[in-house]
Design a protein around this ligand. Structure first.
Ligand code: MN
Ligand code: MN
Length: 355
């Protein structure tokens, strides 16, 4: 098919033409992000051939040892987006402080927030990783950026999305008008719209959770998982499958294409951490995409996108996917004392691998 394919460039310009007062800033920014993603995809793809694997032997602000590709990906995103005049500042999971746009470049009206390489523990074992990004409006365009500028609830995002470096490299994004998926055509070096208007199936038979944390889960999560595991003869009356890729972008894309639910819930493992995933770089952009695809994203106790951030590197619980399942889990949080099916012993010795 030589004609009729829509590239990301055409897509963003067409989107912009629908808004009369638009300046071209936004399509410029999205195309800069896409360029960064292509450069990162190339590094991920070449792996050990270009010395991109392994540890960088540095700890980031999260207390995690950075991988070489974490550092490369962060540098690429900064370099590809800071010069274009679209941004006032940017913040990254891999940078302790936010980064203002250097003086030699024009300062723009957007803030870019990103997780340059999501799932980087998967890198050395050649499992899918990705890049997550979120675009906010600067509350004070033209002025010196401050940390407070970034602390906007997820509902304020103007665009969010992620790249998935899997068997194919994909870019999935929303500007608040549904979710569109693009596949990288390496022969022409462009993202091509292949998955317009992704919709998450309403119901599901699949859940994803890190079961090694089971002993730290709160009762509503224990109940939900136990009911799934009980299968056809349990209270749900159907069998479920479990998946865990340990790569948020891969889990999100699977759920976008065939439904399911993902849980990284609040737990009792570390009282200082209300959840595992980062609100600004991970939870908010994924939540925006998921909602725009007809799903739901929750902390278990409320909508992720309504959560007011208090710090750049804040963590939050994240439960997302098919709407009915997420609402069910929220219901279990609302009514923790509600007794489950009397024939179904829940909080005794039942566990994932021993019943
Ligand atoms: Mn991540
Ligand atoms: Mn990361």
């Amino acid at each position: 098919m030589l004609t009729g394919r829509k590239t990301l460039t055409r897509y963003t310009i067409e989107q912009e033409h629908r808004h009369e007062d638009s300046s071209g800033d936004f399509s410029g920014l999205l195309n800069a992000i896409a360029t960064a993603v292509k450069v990162i995809a190339n590094q991920v793809n070449k792996g050990a051939l270009v010395g991109a694997l392994g540890s960088a032997d540095v700890e980031n602000v999260q207390g995690e040892v950075q991988k070489r590709l974490d550092v490369i990906s962060n540098d690429v995103l900064v370099a590809e987006t800071e010069w274009g005049g679209h941004l006032a500042a940017m913040a990254s999971e891999e940078m302790t402080e936010f980064r203002p746009i250097p003086e030699q470049y024009r300062r723009g009206k957007y803030l870019l927030v990103f997780d340059p390489l999501d799932g980087s523990s998967n890198i050395d074992v050649n499992i899918s990783v990705g890049t997550i990004f979120s675009v906010l409006r600067s509350p004070s365009p033209g002025a010196e950026a401050t940390v407070a500028d970034f602390l906007q609830p997820g509902v304020e995002q103007v665009c969010a999305g992620f790249a998935l470096y899997g068997p194919a490299t994909m870019l999935v994004l929303t500007t608040g008008d549904g979710v569109d998926g693009f596949t990288l055509d390496r022969d022409i070096g462009a993202f091509v719209l292949t998955h317009p208007q992704l919709r998450i199936p309403e119901t599901t038979g699949e859940f994803a959770i890190n079961a090694s944390n089971e002993r730290f889960w709160e009762p509503p999560v224990k109940r939900y998982v136990a009911e799934c595991l009980a299968g056809r003869t349990g209270p749900r009356g159907r069998d479920f499958n479990m998946r865990w890729v340990a790569s948020l972008v891969a889990e999100a894309y699977r759920i976008l294409t065939r439904g399911g639910v993902f849980l990284y819930p609040a737990d009792t493992k570390d009282a200082s951490r209300p959840g595992r995933l980062r609100l600004l770089y991970e939870c908010n952009p994924i939540a925006f995409v998921i909602e725009q695809a007809g799903g739901r994203a929750s902390t278990g106790r409320g909508r992720v996108l309504d959560l007011p951030p208090t710090a750049l590197h804040q963590r939050a619980p994240l439960i997302f996917g098919s709407r009915a399942e997420v609402e069910r889990i929220e219901g279990y949080h609302d009514r923790p004392s509600e007794s489950p099916d009397p024939d179904f012993s829940l909080f005794n010795t039942r566990s994932l691998f021993r019943t």
